[in-house]
Design a protein around this ligand. Structure first.
Ligand code: FCB
Length: 784
């Protein structure tokens, strides 16, 4: 095997799950699942509308050359109340899907449970009830009855750790319960469901079945830098405890038919052992044919007396979860490809007879869409590095039969919603248009040649150099920083790897030594619907300007308490020299918190509370006043306003500007409150126009709302601009394509980005800088 080729017959594909892509949550008799009811879920959303567009999606996979597709079957689609009656039309959908896959030459891999438990079963106790495991076996039988003649590979449960400990322990996933005892009980019942389900599949004649686990190597921070580092006894105990909870709790019962003793002690202390019945472990430990391994990132921990337990890891008191000093994905997950080698090496050593498949691996990055494509270098490089790491394990004899990328499509990322982008294929949520990202095209080549392209086209990382040279990351760092304390042999190996890989020593390497990273973190809060295009443009500009000034950019999302904490850790660990915070969320507290680390911070948008953090703002009030004055100048006197969410500072300012301009003309504002999207703009405008038919103009605080207003006006038979003038705000691309084209206020995107980049650079130079307010300019088109 050459260094870039994979074994003959190696299976390439992708994974998805039902809830994350199907949509159609009430169609054809589907019952509600816990994720439809969970407040953090996406009840009733079309998601990727895969239920209807499966034909297109299968075609996409065929064009990309996929050999296998791992999808999940939705239990509530097949059994709306989780038990009893089987819903024929629900099964028909999977029937069609499987036929299409086979016709396209793609092997269907079915996962029976990917977290969408029927709500009716949750009402009866969910996974804390033993009965749910038996109901799962009935359901498995029903699905097999229909698909078993064509589906050859079956997985029972996906990532029971996540479903049990995030769903029943930490409460951040459905069903949102927060009980350590329930989490342990749920985990056991999921394992029991695996055992019973497997038995059902076996008695129906299934030849290839297994389970999918999320496995993560657990290491101390010291070991991350140098695998040979010897942890202290306390640290080693912390590692063992988290490894028991995350990994061995599932590996040992499934592959050895027993719980590890240290884990059992934790369970007993927290939940008792009444839920573990005689015979359970025999069932759970029946042989499987394939272990699905989902790998994303390692876990770093050390002992910290007094630290409180993390609710996702009950029993983890006195353990500190540490940040990993390396590049991260937008989700904040550290990128450590060598963790995959490590994991597979361990599995091969401890369970040498077990065949494996990488059933999920992939990354969330902030993709920047351009007219000529989606150039997601980071994702390609993430996958490439992980494939190289996998290749090393294969070479050492790991029995890995295939690799499935998570995921085919940008889809619903559970409680994080649509803001996470894991897809090889971009999905426009408004039109459902699919667009291949560069990573998809690259993956197509990998599949076609059953191996990696010769020569590395991507940015190699410190990790890669370390792996190639067979030394630790710290050693690479020392060599590239010219330190003397490295043996001649190691130095030669590193320099050879640097040359072969075309590695440019970067931030991460230098930072280990110089404590200066030349990296700027670009932190995005939730790209709220409608704000996307503008923010993407700003990201693009700011990135290219700062890169032009020799800085590396790390994009991070700070949209949940958890991710905000990670951003703070990242900055506190001095992995960035500066932070640019982008709106539209209320980032006041985060900005202040980050500013206290002493790292320079600049903001886009005026913070809600008075702040010393320098920011770049647009003259929203002036822009709104100009738009209003323009309507008045066109002779309009009865002007209504479609007003976006007033918790946004920009909206407050636009409202104030509008009000001031009206007041000067002796008029008073008339508002209808709206959200951010076009539908809510249409609804608010519809209300205004029905209640006040005399209105002769509308001003909306954003173009999306104004586009909605145009639609409402048309529906009510109003002619724009003859008897109703409409103006928006923002000058998004769509504003010039409406009929009639929209008068609006241009927010100068490039100017904002330039000002932000300048502000950041002057702060990095240690210069003080005050706020910058940019003028907003009226753009008059046909709608007024
Ligand atoms: C895994 C899940 C999958 C997806 C990825 C990002 O834990 O199995 O559904 O959410 O993470």
């Amino acid at each position: 095997m050459s260094t870039t080729r994979f074994p003959e017959g190696f299976v390439w594909g992708v994974s998805t799950s039902a809830y994350q892509i199907e949509g159609a949550t009430t169609e054809d008799g589907r019952g509600p699942s816990i994720w439809d009811v969970f407040p953090g879920g996406r009840n009733g959303d079309p998601a990727c509308d895969h239920y209807r567009r499966h034909g297109d999606d299968v075609r996409l996979m065929k064009d990309l050359g996929m050999a296998a597709y791992r999808f999940s079957v939705s239990w509530p689609r097949v059994m709306p109340t989780g038990r009893g009656r089987v819903n024929g039309p629900g099964l028909d959908f999977y029937d069609r899907l499987v036929d299409e896959l086979l016709a396209a030459g793609i092997a269907p891999y079915a996962t029976l449970y990917h977290w969408d438990l029927p709500q009716a079963l949750e009402d009866e106790g969910g996974w804390t009830s033993r009965d749910t495991a038996h109901r799962f076996a009935d359901y498995a039988r029903a699905v097999h009855d229909r698909l078993g003649d064509r589906v050859g590979t079956w997985f029972t449960i996906n990532e029971p750790w996540v479903a049990a400990f995030l769903g029943y322990g930490a409460g951040v996933h459905a069903p949102g319960r927060r009980s350590a005892a329930e989490a342990f009980t749920a985990a056991h019942h999921m394992l029991l469901a695996h055992g019973l389900g497997l038995e059902a599949l076996r008695s129906a004649g299934v030849g290839r079945a297994g389970i999918v686990l999320n496995l993560s190597p657990v290491l101390t921070p010291g070991q991350l830098g140098d695998l040979d580092a010897r942890p202290s006894e306390e640290d080693a105990a912390a590692v063992a405890r988290i490894d028991a909870l995350n990994n061995r709790q599932f590996l040992e019962p499934v592959l050895r038919g027993r719980y590890p003793a240290d884990l059992l002690a934790l369970v007993e202390r927290t939940a008792g052992l009444g839920h573990v019945h005689d015979g359970d472990l025999d069932l759970i430990g029946r042989p499987i044919d394939l272990l699905g391994v989902n790998y994303y990132t390692p876990t770093a921990v050390q002992a910290r007396p007094g630290a409180a337990a993390d609710p996702a890891f009950p029993g983890s008191e006195d353990v500190l979860f540490c940040s990993v000093p390396t590049a991260v994905t937008a989700m904040g997950w550290p990128i450590v490809p060598s963790g995959l080698t490590l994991l597979l090496r361990r599995l091969s050593r401890e369970y040498p007879e077990t065949e494996m498949m990488i059933t999920e691996n992939g990354a969330d990055f902030v993709d920047v869409l351009t007219a000529d494509g989606i150039h997601d270098v980071e994702r390609t490089s993430f996958i490439e590095e992980h494939l190289r790491a996998l290749r090393v394990a294969l070479e050492e004899g790991a029995k890995v039969r295939g690799y499935l990328v998570w995921s085919l499509l940008d889809c619903v990322e559970w409680a994080d919603g649509y803001r996470r982008k894991f897809g090889l294929v971009h999905v426009d949520l408004e039109t459902q248009r699919r667009r291949l990202k560069d990573s998809a095209l690259w993956y197509r080549d990998v599949i076609a040649r059953n191996g990696l392209p010769d020569g590395r086209t991507r940015r190699p990382t410190l990790e890669t150099v370390a792996a190639r040279a067979g030394v630790s990351r710290a050693t690479v760092s020392r060599v590239v920083n010219g330190e003397a304390s490295v043996s001649a042999e190691a130095r030669d190996a590193v320099l050879r790897a640097v040359r072969e890989l075309g590695y440019v020593p970067n931030a991460a390497a230098r930072s280990l030594v110089t404590r200066r990273t030349d990296t700027v973190a670009l932190v995005l809060s939730e790209p709220r619907h409608g704000g996307d295009a503008l923010i993407a443009a700003i990201v693009r500009y700011v990135t290219s300007m700062l890169e032009g000034a020799g800085k590396q950019i790390t994009l991070m999302l700070a949209d949940t308490a958890d991710s905000r904490r990670r951003v703070i850790q990242h900055v506190e660990a001095r992995q960035a020299d500066g932070v640019v915070l982008l709106p539209p969320d209320d980032h006041g507290p985060l900005a202040e918190r980050l500013a206290r680390t002493g790292v320079p911070v600049v903001l886009l948008g005026r913070p809600a509370v008075a702040s010393l953090v320098p920011h770049v703002d647009v003259d929203d009030a002036g822009g709104a006043a100009a738009a209003t004055a323009h309507l008045l100048g066109r002779g309009r006197r009865r002007i209504g306003m479609v007003c976006g969410p007033t918790d946004l500072v920009a909206v407050q300012d636009r409202l104030a500007g509008h009000r001031d301009a009206l007041r000067e003309a002796g008029l008073r504002p008339l508002l209808a409150l709206a959200g951010l999207d076009r539908e809510s703009g249409a609804a608010a405008a519809g209300r205004l126009l029905s209640d006040h038919p005399e209105l002769d103009a509308l001003f909306a605080t954003s173009d999306d709302l104004a586009i909605g207003a145009l639609r409402a006006a048309r529906d009510l038979g109003r002619r724009v601009p003859e008897d109703l003038a409409i103006a928006g705000f923002g000058d998004i691309d769509a504003a010039s394509c409406t009929t009639p084209a929209l008068t609006t206020v241009r927010v100068p995107v490039e100017d904002q980005a330039l000002a932000l980049a300048r502000l950041m650079l002057s702060r990095l130079d240690g210069r003080h800088a005050g706020p910058v307010v940019l003028p907003a300019r009226l753009v008059v088109r046909d709608s007024t």
